[in-house]
Design a protein around this ligand. Structure first.
Ligand SMILES: Nc1ncnc2c1ncn2[C@@H]1O[C@H](COP(=O)(O)OP(=O)(O)OP(=O)(O)O)[C@@H](O)[C@H]1O
Length: 363
């Protein structure tokens, strides 16, 4: 059948209440076919509720969820073209790998021939690079391998949407990074829509091509990883997606001059109505030097801490009248002589265009 829509998933004014608790409020979003969407936000913001409404495990209290242009309200989970991978893989421990992956196919109606089941299971195991593991028992597999079995089981019946609920949370950091790349590759190979729930901003930025940042049941920003990181819609997004330095300031009547708490002023790269504002500056947008830079803006401060992180270093610098700043320095772009020490006086140099300004009422 020809598909009805170029969007795989659509939420129209969706609200979900659990008794007196409102989990999500008036959510509107559209996800194009074949996109990799990450629902990103702190615990309790409503990410899993959105995922479960796509999967059919919850129904909206108000509004409509559509998949491939079809309204899904009232359609049970098993009738949706969707599969889900959970954080705890929920594999059958008494089955081997092949039996776990085949399980859902055996339940399908109309029935699939045993030959076709074997073919599809072998194909799914190849896709998750477990070709030689079909006869292994689940307890003989590592955490990462078990997660791949869960993935194979979820893709074997060829859903048009795969839902992933913190699928990598139980893995250690190194394995998680490897699986992030594998998941991204798998999504490209399959060409189907992936929806990932995560509270890990690095995971969302590195894997997804659309990030939906949520807080308290609402969408704060919906856009590409670059947009969300480089042009945060509000202070919540600026703080949650990456780190940021907040500087309290007043915007003057011209809409571009920022008057800072220490009495100094800088030209803001962004215009905003006059009044109390918060200026936000990313730690990597600041360059530490021992001499004031001839161009751009700078503050003078004292290094209080240095944290060595291998490929980068983080500095805490105290600036009189303005507070403490966090600065990240990429070590590849530094000489040994550039490494400043705690106790040293330094200049924090930056391009004013890198400053984002938000109304203080937004904080
Ligand atoms: N079955 C339920 N009954 C009552 N309240 C619920 C239920 N499920 C979720 N909630 C509440 O709805 C809100 C959103 O929960 P949800 O699980 O969607 O958030 P989340 O962003 O996925 O959080 P986490 O990252 O901790 O899983 C929370 O306040 C939560 O306590």
């Amino acid at each position: 059948m020809a598909s009805a829509s170029t969007n795989d998933i659509e939420f129209r004014s969706v609200t979900k209440n659990y008794g007196v608790v409102t989990a999500v409020t008036d959510i509107n979003l559209t996800v194009p076919k074949g996109a990799f969407l990450a629902l990103l936000g702190p615990s309790g913001c409503g990410k899993t509720t959105c995922l479960r409404m796509i999967g059919g495990f919850e129904q909206p209290s108000e509004g409509t969820v559509l998949i491939d242009g079809r309204e899904m309200n009232g359609v049970p989970a098993y009738r949706r073209p969707v599969n889900m991978v959970f954080q705890h893989y929920a594999l059958f421990p008494h089955f081997n790998v092949e039996q776990n992956v085949a399980y859902g196919l055996k339940q399908m109606r109309p029935k699939i021939t045993p030959h076709e089941i074997d073919r599809r299971v072998a194909e799914a195991l190849e896709m998750v690079r477990l070709g030689g593991f079909a006869k292994r028992h689940i307890h003989e597999m590592s955490g990462g391998q078990q997660q791949r079995v869960a993935l194979a089981r979820a893709i074997v019946n060829r859903p048009s949407v795969l839902l992933l609920d913190e699928p990598l949370a139980a893995l250690d950091k190194k394995l998680r990074s490897a699986m992030q790349i594998e998941l991204q590759t798998l999504q490209r190979e399959l060409g189907i829509t992936f929806v990932l729930v995560t509270h890990d901003q690095e995971e969302a930025l590195s894997m997804a091509d659309i990030v939906c940042v949520m807080s308290a049941g609402r969408i704060r920003q919906f856009g590409s990883p670059q947009e969300v990181y480089d042009r945060p819609a509000d202070l919540f997004v600026a703080d949650f997606v990456g780190k940021t330095n907040r500087i309290a300031a007043a915007m003057e009547a011209d809409g571009t001059t920022l008057r800072l708490a220490d009495g100094s002023s800088i030209a803001s790269g962004k215009r905003l109505a006059s009044g109390e504002v918060i200026a936000a500056l990313r730690p990597e947008a600041i360059h530490l030097t021992r001499k004031a830079a001839p161009l751009g803006a700078s503050f003078k401060g004292t290094v209080t801490h240095r944290i060595f992180l291998g490929s980068s270093a983080e500095y805490a610098v105290s600036v009189p009248g303005l507070g403490d700043f966090l600065i990240t320095a990429d070590r590849r772009s530094m000489n040994e002589s550039d490494l400043v020490e705690p106790g040293e006086e330094v200049f924090l140099c930056f391009d004013p265009a890198a400053i984002h300004v938000f109304p203080a009422s937004n904080a």
